[in-house]
Design a protein around this ligand. Structure first.
Ligand SMILES: *Cc1c(COP(=O)(O)O)cnc(C)c1O
Length: 405
């Protein structure tokens, strides 16, 4: 399918609406993506035609729902090139996936063990690990970043030792757009016998990761940033870890046998999927993956790179505008400030003109601390954005600057 931007935009009903009297220019894709009609239809179809609980009933509706949910799991398996479908665990999202793994490691880590995070992380890939350190006495080390917003790999190598048990880094930074060299990060961790968790929440709408080639131990992501619904996500866990880690939550669906004396747990993936899951969400996640693949990730990457380069060039023409995050090969995020103007004020004015951007610390306060700024204005792009929308952003930012200086 050739990349036809008008046809693609027509797939997203929300892109037709106006905000404050102006056509919506949605540039907050790093917070959540918009949904194509086919994903919305998939949810409506489930509730209209085959709503039933899964994995339990012998009746036909339950069977249909179970099949659709398990087919979605297989779509994820294939998309991410995962060896076994049972290594795909449905979660409510990235945050849930990270907490599940952190909770499991509380029974593995001992006092004095070391775990490594990066300076570029989202709070959801920092806080659960700090809680883990408090529970276990493990020590948290941080891979530093440089002014471009890239991780300093030579410093990472120095942090690694036989004490290192786990490394967790995002694939792409949501605040700056930096693409981290995760293949190298994983290889270096494995050299000292440490496991690696990659937070792919920001990557998976731009990049199609091959999890077997990466040889990663855990990979987490959220459907809602890749054209799917909220409340559903994926935790990939290598089979050996699935066996080693204790269950996260107890309940229905995750057991083999329950008596009041002792309960034995179900195998993967059910061991980590207690309770009735987000069934329509899982099915629609599969639909979203099909949709993205129908456009083709190579095309998506090439198109988004053009939009990013154009936006970067146009925004830098505004005097006093500084972009944070300039690492080579970065993805579709432009984080910026203009002189001392507060990002919130710029965000408020451009919203009056129909333009949705994010302002603030983007759940990554340590990055803001590094640059000694309270936050940034962040425009984040998807494959359905256009150069015309970038022009609208640039004009709106110029107007905001005039009003605020
Ligand atoms: C969005 C995001 C998260 C959190 O995802 P949720 O869907 O809110 O759980 C974590 N890490 C990164 C890099 C993100 O962009």
């Amino acid at each position: 399918m050739p990349f036809d931007i008008e046809k693609i935009r027509a797939d997203f009903p929300i892109l037709k609406r106006k905000v404050n009297g102006y056509p919506l220019v949605y540039l907050d894709n790093a917070a959540t993506s918009q949904k194509p009609q086919i994903v919305i239809d998939s949810i409506v179809n489930y509730y209209s035609n085959y709503n039933a609980n899964i994995h339990r009933g012998v009746h036909s509706l339950s069977q249909e729902a179970t099949d659709a949910y398990e087919i979605a799991r297989q779509k994820l398996q294939k998309h991410f090139n995962i060896k076994n479908a049972y290594e795909v665990i449905f979660t409510s999202g990235t945050t849930h996936g990270i907490n599940l793994v952190a909770s499991g490691f509380s029974e593995i880590l001992k006092k004095g063990d070391e775990i490594i995070v990066s300076a570029l992380e989202h709070h959801s890939n920092i806080v659960p690990w700090q809680m883990l350190c408090e529970r276990t006495g493990a020590i948290l080390k941080v891979i530093p970043m440089n002014d471009d917003g890239a991780l300093i790999i030579s410093a990472y190598e120095k942090l690694l030792s036989e004490k290192t048990k786990l490394v967790f880094v995002n694939h792409v930074s949501n605040a700056l757009g930096t693409v981290n060299p995760i293949k190298e990060i994983i290889r270096l961790a494995h050299d000292v016998g440490a496991a690696v968790l990659i937070d792919g929440a920001q990557a998976c709408s731009h990049i199609k990761p091959d999890l077997q080639a990466l040889d990663v131990d855990f990979y987490v992501t959220s459907a809602h940033k890749m054209c799917g619904p909220t409340g559903i996500g994926m935790l990939f866990m290598k089979e050996e870890w699935g066996e080693k880690l204790p269950p996260y939550q107890g309940g229905g669906e995750m057991i083999k046998e329950v008596t009041f004396e002792k309960t034995t747990y179900a195998g993967l993936p059910h061991k980590f999927e207690a309770g009735t899951p987000n069934i329509s969400g899982g099915i629609a996640f599969g639909t979203a993956i099909d949709y993205l693949n129908s456009i083709n990730f190579r095309e998506i990457e090439a198109y988004e790179t053009k939009i990013l380069e154009y936006a970067t060039k146009k925004l830098l023409e505004i005097e006093g505008l500084k972009i944070y995050g300039t690492a080579p090969g970065k993805t579709s995020v432009v984080s910026f400030n203009i002189e001392d103007i507060h990002p919130y004020d710029i965000g408020t004015i451009v919203d009056k003109l129909g333009i949705a951007v994010r302002t603030g610390h983007h759940c990554a306060q340590p990055i803001m601390e590094y640059y000694k700024i309270p936050g940034t204005v962040r425009a984040s792009f998807a494959f359905y954005n256009t150069k015309t929308e970038v022009d609208a952003l640039v004009e709106a930012v110029k107007k905001a600057k005039l009003m605020l200086t």
